[in-house]
Design a protein around this ligand. Structure first.
Ligand SMILES: [Fe+2]
Length: 502
């Protein structure tokens, strides 16, 4: 969304006087739906003192800007953010990771700064905010409002701010895309009805889709679209938000996808991976579970990876739960967000089969859940869809790895139903250590030899790979060859493996 201008200030007072400073400071405040953007342009006839390069109190060692945002109400409040011409920052009320402040221009007699302050850092406000700015420069302290001290919220300048009552706060995200299907989800601030409009690129009219799953608070919506055409760009609109996605290809010999697992709430690492140059051209991503450590509610999904996926990845993803997403009451949150985590999708003649085995549930519930997974597989292998697929790749957070591991045996109980020769590659995570079992091999090769080497539960006729904790994989198909490139948590390349498609 484009930002909206809220406030402009062309001049500042000398502190505790009625005198307007001759040294010009211009301020502009804008907003979008998440943040306030405060730009400050500072003329400086003297030498700019950039000793304000350190964070915390060191920021007062040189020229700086102190921004105060607050409001009155029953309990007046304000938040305070300091940014030095040298780039140092300080805030009493917020962590330095929670807001941004940067020097955008630094010339001989002029500097410019930008603050980005998320609304979530601010206290309550209803259509107005109060603001003050202090500018410390050589021999002068300037102030925007005629305050006695820094804290007089009552005499701060006031500007009006109206946020739309309803807008998309999270999403839209595109997921579970196959050759003929796709799903779109989004969550709004209000609970008013929103509809999805969709059309094939090139068509003039949109079709309106009103059938969707709605969460209890009526803010989250999830649409499953069927009957789409393969390798086709679809454009969608949800209110003012719009975008497009491409369905998977029925036929192609070349494709690549990103796979990552076990980021465990680390949104920073997640964001690094999905912006990595090595996977930029991948057509889709697979988030293979344990993206959160426990899923108490939807906000943890947004914070851990989903908001970052929307912001940086933008392309379709497939997401299935690891064991950790079953902790807390997250089964409900996951289902509201994504529906079902075990399903199939197709791309380039390859059938991808996703599972969610061995969730962290009480033992009886865990057994029942695995029985559902087993029933899903037993039914699937009898379908023409399975039988007619040229190749098949399995995506499951937990793999049937070690012979002395009850979890691996539970997984094996399910995966034993794959007919011999039907699987080309099994991709997993969970063990936090890059590991490999070659087809027909009776040994696990692992980076963490002490914990994860040994014998597999059974000898399989397909290769099993385990993604590294905090790392990622690029899976590439070129003609009849699958190549899996693996990186670790520090972006160091671990391995390249090749598997001819059967
Ligand atoms: Fe796990």
């Amino acid at each position: 969304m484009k930002s909206v201008e809220l406030f402009r200030l062309q001049e500042m007072y000398q502190f505790r006087t009625d005198v307007i400073s001759q040294v010009k400071t211009e301020t502009e405040i804008r907003r979008d739906l998440e943040n306030l953007y405060i730009t400050v342009k500072c003329q400086e006839p003297e030498t700019i003192n950039t000793r304000s390069s350190g964070d915390a109190y060191a920021v007062w060692q040189g020229d700086n800007l102190e921004l105060m945002l607050g409001n009155m109400g029953e309990h007046p409040w304000y938040r305070h953010f300091v940014l030095g011409a040298g780039g140092g920052r300080h805030s009493i009320y917020a962590g330095l990771n929670d807001w941004q402040g940067r020097i955008t221009v630094l010339e001989d007699h002029y500097w410019e700064a930008e603050f980005v302050i998320p609304f979530r850092l601010l206290g309550n406000f209803d259509r107005t905010l109060r603001f003050n700015l202090l500018r410390q420069r050589t021999g002068e302290l300037q102030t925007a409002s005629k305050i006695e001290y820094g804290h007089d919220v009552e005499v701060f300048l006031e500007f009006s701010i109206t946020l739309p009552e309803d807008y998309i706060e999270h999403g839209p995200w595109i997921f579970q895309v196959s050759t003929d299907r796709a799903s779109i989800g989004w969550e709004t601030v209000g609970a008013s009805e929103t509809k999805l409009e969709i059309r094939k690129q090139g068509d003039t009219e949109y079709d309106t889709v009103t059938e969707c799953a709605v969460s209890n608070n009526r803010k989250l919506r999830r649409v499953h679209l069927d009957g789409l055409e393969p390798d086709t760009v679809y454009e969608y609109r949800i209110g003012y938000a719009d975008g497009e996605f491409r369905t998977m290809k029925a036929e192609t010999d070349d494709f690549s996808f990103l796979l990552l697992a076990d980021t465990h709430d680390d949104a920073v690492r997640f964001s690094q991976i999905i912006q990595h140059p090595e996977i930029r051209d991948c057509e889709f991503a697979v988030y293979l579970g344990d993206m959160l450590t426990s899923s108490l509610d939807r906000s943890l999904y947004y914070d851990s990876f989903l908001d970052s996926s929307v912001k940086y990845w933008k392309k379709p993803f497939h997401y299935m739960r690891g064991n950790h997403e079953f902790r807390g009451c997250g089964k409900g949150a996951f289902r509201e967000l994504f529906g079902r985590g075990h399903y199939v999708f197709h791309h380039g003649g390859v059938m991808f089969i996703t599972f969610e085995v061995q969730g962290d549930l009480p033992l009886e519930a865990k057994r029942r859940w695995d029985e559902e997974q087993e029933a899903f597989l037993k039914e699937l292998v009898e379908t023409p869809e399975f039988k007619n697929a040229r190749n098949r790749i399995v995506l499951s957070h937990v793999a049937p790895l070690m012979a002395d591991d009850s979890e691996a045996h539970a997984a094996e109980k399910i995966f034993r139903h794959f007919p011999a020769g039907s699987i080309d590659l099994f991709l997993s995570g969970h063990k936090h250590s890059y590991s490999y079992i070659a087809p027909g091999a009776d040994v696990i090769e692992s980076l963490n030899v002490k914990r994860f080497s040994g014998r597999p539960t059974l000898v399989h006729d397909y290769p099993i790979l385990v993604a590294h904790y905090g790392g990622f994989m690029r899976v590439e198909r070129r003609g009849n060859m699958l190549t899996v490139h693996s990186w670790n948590e520090c972006d160091q390349k671990l391995d390249v493996k090749q598997f001819p498609l059967k």
